[in-house]
Design a protein around this ligand. Structure first.
Ligand code: PHE
Length: 339
């Protein structure tokens, strides 16, 4: 029995020594010290040992167990340390390597232009409001003095959802919402997306406009022109020139179209401005008294003016973007160049 115990001790020590990972070490522990283990079965069968030898064999067997437990725990510590060292070696960070750099985000060019325009308007005392992109025919057309079958509807190829509901073709729907909800005097500006059945390199079915509306006593064309002059200078610089042409919108009377120095060629004349040095920036006008009345504003006491720039064209021109679609595709290769 004594020899057998010594043999177990030797075998186990040898196997423990050979282990090179925690898993095999555990297998060795189970083999010798587990419930069905070699040493355990000897200890369990002590009653077969003659009584006079039991004490010595028992002491010996317990001694072997202690030695093995000790050897296993030392080996386990050693293996854990080795694994840690290996991991540290593998995951070592070489601080002398150049860094990957931090990727910087930036605002979309439309957002930047939008923010700039809003800041200018807020500085001038306008309140920024927002409203529905899906609206009824009444707000988009009828209350703006464009009754059903009016030829002016042709200017805006509309996208209808039902006979009465459409994707707004202009932010001018917000003129009506504002006049219904606010008490004059007020100055509102509304940035937003608008939709038309238009699609080529300079037209997109989705584009962006602002609507600015001032309703007060004794305001008119001269106030509108002065305000636009100030805005254009803040937007494009002090040297920008403005040109006014007569136009027609059913909701303004008189109606005008504002041109500004072409931002592509700075007024020298290019293919975009067809050699004129000017490009169209917005439609504007004095609010038609009929429109004020339809929304419940006394047109004998109050008057108003409005302007509605499309911003995509300005962003295209100032950033020399050849196709309007680039503004909506969210292609990182394009956006990175726009920083
Ligand atoms: N809503 C008009 C358009 O989309 C522009 C406009 C706005 C004209 C305000 C006059 C006053 O063409």
């Amino acid at each position: 029995m004594k020899e057998k115990l010594e043999q177990i001790l030797k075998d186990a020590q040898c196997e423990i020594e050979k282990c090179d990972d925690v898993k095999t070490l555990d297998e060795v522990r189970v083999k010798f010290l587990g419930k069905q283990g070699e040493l355990t079965s000897i200890l369990r069968n002590m009653k077969e040992v003659p009584p006079e030898e039991r004490k010595t064999v028992g002491m010996l067997a317990n001694g072997v167990r202690e030695k093995l437990e000790d050897a296993i725990s030392k080996k386990s510590e050693k293996l854990e340390e080795e694994t840690l060292l290996k991991a540290m070696e593998k995951e070592k960070i070489d601080i002398t390597m150049p860094s990957k750099g931090v990727k910087r985000g930036a605002l979309h060019p439309l957002t930047r232009f939008n923010n700039k325009f809003m800041d200018i308007c807020v500085e001038m005392g306008f309140t920024v409001i927002q409203g529905p992109e899906i609206d009824t025919d009444y707000y988009n057309f009828e209350a703006l003095n464009v009754p059903k079958n009016h030829p002016a509807r042709d200017m805006q190829d509309s996208l209808y959802i039902t006979d009465n509901i459409l994707l707004r073709t202009q932010t001018s729907n917000m003129q009506v919402h504002a006049m219904e909800e606010l008490k004059p005097p007020f100055k509102i500006v509304c940035p937003g997306r608008v939709y038309r059945n238009d699609d080529d390199s300079s037209h997109s079915p989705i584009f962006n406009q602002f609507e600015a509306l001032v309703v007060d006593e004794n305001v008119g064309l001269k106030d509108l022109m002065k305000m636009i002059d100030v805005i254009l200078k803040k937007l494009f610089g002090e040297n920008v020139k403005m040109r006014v042409r007569p136009a027609y919108f059913p909701f303004t009377e008189p109606s005008i179209e504002i041109d500004a120095t072409c931002q592509m060629c700075q007024g020298k004349g290019c293919s975009l401005c067809k050699g004129t040095g000017f490009s169209e920036v917005f439609g504007a006008g004095v609010v038609n008294p009929k429109v004020l009345e339809m929304s419940g504003i006394d047109s004998k006491k109050y008057s108003g003016f409005a302007f509605g720039p499309g911003i995509d064209r300005s962003v295209m021109v100032t950033n020399k973007i050849p196709n309007i679609k680039y503004l909506f595709r969210n292609d990182m290769r394009f956006l990175k160049q726009m920083r």
